[in-house]
Design a protein. Structure first.
Lengths: 159, 159
DNA sequence: ATTGAAAGTGAAAGTGATTGTCAGTATCAT
DNA sequence: ATGATACTGACAATCACTTTCACTTTCAAT
């Protein structure tokens, strides 16, 4: 989905919810849509702050909340510390592998795991609403040596 | 592993680390080993507090940290809010399914999922150090109806 | 049993990410 | 243009811990 389209969606959500389209919200949403990483509220604030010094961190938090409500952003909590936000829009569900050394975040999808999760839940008498699967370890670069192959990966992370 | 044995292990860890065996640590560890749930520091504090009013919440936190270092406790962070602790000792690795309605926690093991995780990591060029798999949904009781079967489950949760 | 260096304790203050409050400001349907 | 309603930023508050600090307790060496 193009940035323009996302911005449009956001405005629609605001109108439908009886909210107002403010200069701050425009700026923050634009800056968010311009990213393609997992970004913290603080980091997004720093970016927006560069364009307009008068914007507050609090408003960034509030706008990210609105973006979540609009279904345009996902909030992730990797380990402890600050939350990271990423685009939700059209992208399919995915899980994350995080390097404990350099913080690199790699996204992956695995239908087999998803199917097995459903099976586990069914056996336990549960209905899954959502899940959290995070693999933590060392990436190729963060091990002294070098070896192993890859597939279709997206390296997407920034604090 | 029996409670006595665990208490013994804890004392050994203290001695090896040049730490002291205090009345408070004995009491807190005993109370922890007496649980078989996922328990918060606060909840454990309330239990110990019943036996000895003079013990502080801070010391409970400190002792839980020691128990982790001794390899006798695991700390879990389900969703947001306070951490829950459980015995580590002999029990094998397991993951969790959590009811978003009543908070019930059910443990499960699934070798196939574990194997697939390793495969994913290998393809991405990572070496897994640890992982987090949590399924969130509604349990049988928390859906209006009743149906479905189970396997070997342990329902283990308490805040 | 005594001693004293090192570690431990509880109370209270601090932390850090996020959320709530509030008085002044901006938006937008009319 | 206008006014009801929503929004904003600064600041305070929250929440789950963690740190600090002025005493206590432990325990190896007497
Ligand atoms: Mn992602
Ligand atoms: Mn468990
Ligand atoms: Zn790395
Ligand atoms: Zn339930």
């Amino acid at each position: 989905m193009a940035m323009q389209k996302k911005q449009q969606n956001f405005r629609q959500h605001l109108v439908r919810s009886g909210l107002k389209a403010t200069r701050q919200r425009e700026l923050i949403a634009r800056a968010f849509f311009a990213t393609n990483t997992h970004i913290s509220a603080e980091a997004l604030y720093r970016r927006v702050s560069g364009r307009d010094r008068r914007i507050g961190l609090v408003t960034v938090y509030r706008t990210l909340k609105l973006l979540k409500e609009a279904g345009l952003a996902h909030e992730r909590q990797f380990g402890e510390g600050r939350a990271l936000f990423e685009h939700a829009s059209s992208e399919r569900h995915h899980d994350h592998m995080i390097c404990t050394h350099c913080g690199k975040i790699v996204e992956f999808e695995n239908c087999e795991i998803e199917a097995l999760q459903e099976e586990v839940a069914r056996k336990l008498g549960f209905t899954i609403q959502y899940h959290k699967l995070e693999l933590y370890g060392r990436c190729k670069e963060c091990r002294a040596d070098a070896s192993g192959g890859t597939g279709r990966i997206r390296v997407v992370g920034a604090r």
